[in-house]
Design a protein around this ligand. Structure first.
Ligand code: G3H
Length: 541
């Protein structure tokens, strides 16, 4: 049970932190990677504040854990020049390297990355407040994603290693890279979600400029050497700093071919508009969502509550896939709320490294204030916080608040809270939650909880044309990573999964020839003497 005492004494003294989880702060990151060199930065720096406060005796102090470079447009454009030169209009070493060799580079990178596991997991805890278990999971899931991606590429390459003959035309069809990719990931999965675009983009022969999210920068530092040593010069380049200053010049240059961005639709729109020829820009976007839970009258309350709590509160609700509003049939809402509150009360607030911790401090500046404003607004419109300690704040920590009864006059009904507030809406007719999904600006996923196959089937058909994944008696989530992950409306552009990602960073390209003796002779000679990497029947095992 989360007592007020536990919340008010949540932050430790320095001496109370286990030594293995206490890196030597501050970490001053001066290094950045451009054109195959790790260079030293001497300009302005950004201070990195951990969401974790330390009890100093003289009060609580938010821990300063380091600094990172704040580039200007000049350094961003140097990174761009390096990426453009490495791609060299598709004639560079990397885009023309045989697939097998690109895979070898990535395997070398992965080997070096694994050696940095402890440090990266530690920094995930300190920079974004993710629990040790989830930080380790984020790291391991990323390694697994890389390995799945390599397997998927082998499969794709095998499919492309054959000729098709149709209507007297011989053709070999493969997927070719697009050019320079700008990769930007989010703070909530700074490693995993960045890598789910960066790795496939690289592996398919593109060159990359990689900007870590504003929060979650230092954890990428241990990988700079691995990027430098595993890939040819200019293939991976890093930039840091204020998006408006560094991303604007990149986009305005017109030399970014693919924008891979996970963040808000507002920022995505600004960035896309900066490109002088938008039709040349391919965008792969993972944006905000407001996934609804719909609890039917016959739902099994205990397992439903369990899924709803995990769905709404894993990583304190800071997941794009989180359940951000729950519609509950009015006949069972009282029972549902009772069990929901009991389960939330059993979540342990604490530090990311604490055994069994379920709730941790929030990394975004003023986040608890932002959550409080949603709660105040809902209260003014007639809702109440119905769980014990709901909304209790201690600096960067907030105990989850269950708001009930929520209605469409409240901000939290429409906006993505991305934090530990659970709005519960009672409904009578199933059209109410259905209309909510139809009228929402977002279209990522929904979760339907119930027992009757007929009732669930009646929801599946309208819902699959509104969102991109309907979960039955299960929370919303991205995984498994081989499943397609996307959204409609303001929630996404393009589809990601292990195999889809290989497609979005490439374009189908073919070599074709009329089936004449002359052409057959030319093609045979090119293949037999391995004169081309593209026109080839080599098979990767
Ligand atoms: O923040 C959005 C993530 O893609 C969600 O992934 O469902 O695996 O937590 P997850």
């Amino acid at each position: 049970m989360a007592s007020t005492d536990k919340i008010s004494s949540i932050f430790p003294e320095r001496g109370g932190i286990p030594a293995e989880y206490l890196p030597s702060f501050p970490i001053i990151q001066k290094e950045y990677l451009v054109n195959g060199e790790i260079r030293a930065w001497n300009g302005e720096m950004q201070e990195v504040l951990s969401p974790i406060c330390l009890n100093t005796g003289a009060g609580l102090e938010q821990q300063v854990i380091g600094r990172y470079p704040l580039f200007t447009g000049k350094e961003a454009l140097e990174a761009l020049d390096a990426a453009v030169a490495a791609y060299d209009s598709g004639r560079g070493r990397w885009p023309t390297l045989p697939v097998e060799e690109r895979i070898r580079c990535l395997e070398k990178f992965t080997f070096m990355m694994k050696e940095e596991r402890n440090e990266i997991v530690n920094l995930l805890m300190w920079e974004i407040g993710k629990t040790h278990a989830d930080s380790a999971k984020e790291f391991d899931r990323t390694i697994e994603y890389i390995s799945f991606t390599i397997d998927a590429l082998k499969e794709l390459d095998r499919a492309g290693s054959r000729f098709e003959i149709k209507d007297g035309i011989i053709g070999q069809i493969r997927r070719a890279p697009l050019g320079v990719v700008l990769c930007m990931g989010p703070f909530n999965y700074p490693l995993n979600e960045t890598f789910t675009t960066l790795i496939p983009a690289l592996l398919m022969g593109n060159t990359v400029i990689f900007k870590p999210p504003k929060i979650g920068v230092l954890l990428h530092r241990p990988l700079l050497r691995a990027f430098r040593d595993a890939f040819p010069a200019g293939v991976v380049n890093t930039i840091y700093g204020d998006g408006a200053k560094v991303v604007g010049p990149l986009m305005e240059s017109g030399k970014i071919d693919v924008l891979a961005f996970i963040g808000s639709s507002r920022v995505a729109d600004i960035i896309k508009k900066q490109h002088p020829k938008p039709h040349r820009l391919r965008s792969v976007l993972g944006l905000e969502a407001k996934n609804a839970g719909i609890v039917l009258r016959d739902a099994d309350i205990d397992p439903t509550v369990k899924e709803c709590v995990t769905g709404a509160l894993s990583f304190n609700g800071q997941r794009c896939t989180a359940l951000k509003i729950i519609f509950v049939h009015k006949d069972i809402v009282v029972e549902f709320l009772k069990k929901l509150n009991q389960r939330i009360a059993s979540l342990a607030p604490g530090m990311p490294w604490d055994e069994g911790v379920g709730l941790t401090p929030l990394p975004e500046p003023d986040k608890t204030e932002h959550m409080k404003r949603y709660i105040e607004d809902a209260k003014e419109q007639g809702a109440m916080v119905v769980n014990e300690k709901g909304g209790a704040i201690n600096r960067t920590f907030m105990f989850p608040a269950v708001l009930y009864p929520v209605n469409n006059r409240m901000k939290i009904y429409h906006e993505e809270q991305f934090g530990p507030v659970i709005p519960v809406v009672p409904y009578d007719r199933i059209e109410e939650p259905l209309d909510y999904v139809v009228n929402s600006n977002y279209g990522q996923q929904v979760a339907v909880f119930g027992n009757d196959p007929d009732a669930i089937a009646r929801l599946i058909d309208p819902l699959v044309n509104q969102v991109c994944r309907v979960n039955i008696n299960s929370q919303c989530q991205r995984g498994p990573d081989t499943f397609p992950f996307t959204g409609r409306k303001d929630s996404a552009e393009g589809t990601l999964s292990v195999t889809d990602a290989l497609r979005v960073f490439t374009i189908r390209t073919l070599v074709a020839a009329k089936e004449t003796d002359q052409n057959k002779r030319i093609i045979t000679e090119i293949i037999r003497e391995k004169k081309s990497n593209f026109l080839s029947t080599d098979f990767i095992f």
